[in-house]
Write a protein that binds this ligand. Structure first.
Ligand SMILES: Nc1ncnc2c1ncn2[C@@H]1O[C@H](COP(=O)(O)OP(=O)(O)OP(=O)(O)O)[C@@H](O)[C@H]1O
Length: 226
């Protein structure tokens, strides 16, 4: 079943003159796919990922997720649709320092109660977060604050947080950046497990060791797939 289609996506920026950071890119993913977009720094990977996430509006082209053209929705419906259907793991650190792992994972529900469609109470939210940590084999982190975690542990908690709304699609931007080989493997094994449980994954990375975990690989250069 087709889950995601992006058609003729272009994003122009002006830096002195106009250039296309993403230049007429098309891509389709089926439910259950695990894809990686590779390419050097500046090739347009993050811009493309953010367009799919609904964070950056394309100059041209369409993003269709589960038969919904996300840029045809008004802002309010677009935000709800993407938060319900897309998990996003941003580049770099994204946990809040003053919350422990469980609360960081529940944060989307605290910030946007409308995402909590099953209307879980506070304890049930925390139970769900704990269950996700247990599935990932890192329940020992449950009460720890980011300052007590390694970089790889923080990243795994951020990945778990992207699952709190049971999204169909998870997007991750350079998830192993700044991590050593062992931590990178932990991260990629976690993604593999998430994918095996049925979540579709699209990861952006410049690291070929990361890409080899993916089932589909795309390469980007100067805004285009090559
Ligand atoms: N808001 C912006 N305004 C102007 N130019 C931008 C903007 N965002 C990105 N760019 C430029 O667009 C190009 C693509 O950037 P992008 O971040 O998508 O690349 P990338 O492949 O993800 O690189 P990296 O891995 O370093 O993040 C770069 O030349 C970048 O400088």
């Amino acid at each position: 079943m087709m889950l995601l289609t992006i058609k003729n996506i272009r994003k122009d920026y002006t830096r002195g003159k106009v250039f296309s950071a993403v230049d007429n890119v098309s891509l389709s993913l089926d439910a259950g796919d695990f894809a990686c977009i590779m390419g050097k720094s500046g090739s347009g990977k993050t811009t493309l990922l953010n367009i799919i996430a609904g964070i950056v509006t394309p100059t041209n082209g369409r993003v269709i997720l589960d038969n919904t053209d996300i840029y045809s929705l008004d802002d309010k419906h677009a935000a709800l649709f993407r938060n319900q259907n897309i998990g996003y793991v941003p580049q770099g650190g994204s946990l809040l320092a003053n919350l422990n792992a469980i609360d960081n994972i529940c944060l989307p529900f605290y910030l946007y109660p409308q995402l909590n469609q099953q209307r879980l109470g506070h304890q049930q939210c925390m139970d769900r977060a704990l269950a996700l940590l247990e599935q990932a084999g890192i329940s020992y982190l449950k009460s720890m604050f980011p300052a007590q975690m390694s970089g790889g542990e923080m990243r795994r908690v951020a990945i778990i947080r992207s699952l709190i709304c049971s999204p169909q699609l998870v997007l991750a931007d350079e998830p192993t950046n700044d991590l050593d080989e062992d931590s990178s493997q932990d991260i990629m094994q976690l993604f593999q497990r998430i994918n095996q449980q049925g979540t579709t994954l699209l990861i952006v990375s410049h690291d070929s060791d990361v890409a080899c975990y993916a089932k589909q690989q795309f390469k980007m250069a100067a805004g285009k797939f090559v």
